[in-house]
Design a protein around this ligand. Structure first.
Ligand SMILES: C[S@@+](CC[C@H](N)C(=O)[O-])C[C@H]1O[C@@H](n2cnc3c(N)ncnc32)[C@H](O)[C@@H]1O
Length: 197
């Protein structure tokens, strides 16, 4: 991979407040698996930064499916992934993940790792679809679940109330779900890590 270009798009995204995965969250994920994996699903491609980084987790023939709703982001991601030299490992699925996830379920797709990193208000829907797409040994990680600390600090303001309430409901749901073990880890903007028991 073209690391110089990867650093360039990372810095540009940070300068332009484009929300890409934080360094400590990425490092955690890249160290989470004890062997290479075959299949990754990402919900929220943005400029393709995290999916490019996740190619490090893949076996030689491993593949990533990543979903993005915004045309401009799909264009940027396509261009970036080509320049980075990882386009052959990554399939960008354009559209609303809420509509696209059922098509993967119908196609009987299964993934080793599913990364939820799109509209916070829809995490619970993304998660429930993801359960149907997860291999028995697979892991679901959702990013930004602590949302700048507001989810756990009793925040009751108006501006972020809907997102914060939905993230609290998401955490409550996944941590009480029978047959699954979920941990909330205070790293980056907070991640949830879910595995089958
Ligand atoms: C936080 S960014 C993803 C960052 C990326 N994972 C990274 O770390 O490089 C979230 C992206 O999800 C996209 N998105 C939001 N809602 C979506 C939806 N319902 N379906 C698909 N993509 C969505 C946004 O357009 C945005 O580009």
């Amino acid at each position: 991979m073209n690391i110089e270009y990867l650093n360039k798009i990372k810095l540009e995204a940070r300068n332009e407040y484009i929300p890409i995965v934080l360094d400590d969250t990425l490092e955690y994920i890249l160290n989470l698996f004890d062997k290479k994996i075959d299949s990754i699903l990402e919900i929220g491609t943005c400029i393709g930064y995290s999916s490019a980084c996740f190619t490090q987790l893949l076996t030689e023939n491993g593949k990533i499916d990543t979903m993005e709703i915004e045309d401009i982001r799909v264009q940027q991601a396509n261009e970036n992934l080509s320049i980075l030299g990882v386009k052959d490992k990554i399939n960008i699925i354009q559209g609303d993940a809420i509509d696209m996830l059922p098509t993967l379920i119908n196609a009987n797709k299964k993934y080793d790792f599913i990364f939820i990193d799109a509209a916070k208000g829809k995490y619970l829907e993304f998660f429930n679809y993801s359960l149907q797409l997860l291999k028995d040994s697979g892991i679901i990680i959702a990013d930004n679940v602590l949302y700048k600390g507001m989810v756990m600090n009793g925040y009751n303001g108006h501006k972020h109330r809907t997102a914060v309430t939905k993230l609290r409901n998401y955490i409550d749901y996944i941590t009480h779900l029978k047959g699954y073990k979920s941990e909330i880890i205070d790293i980056g903007d907070g991640i949830s890590v879910t595995k089958r028991m």
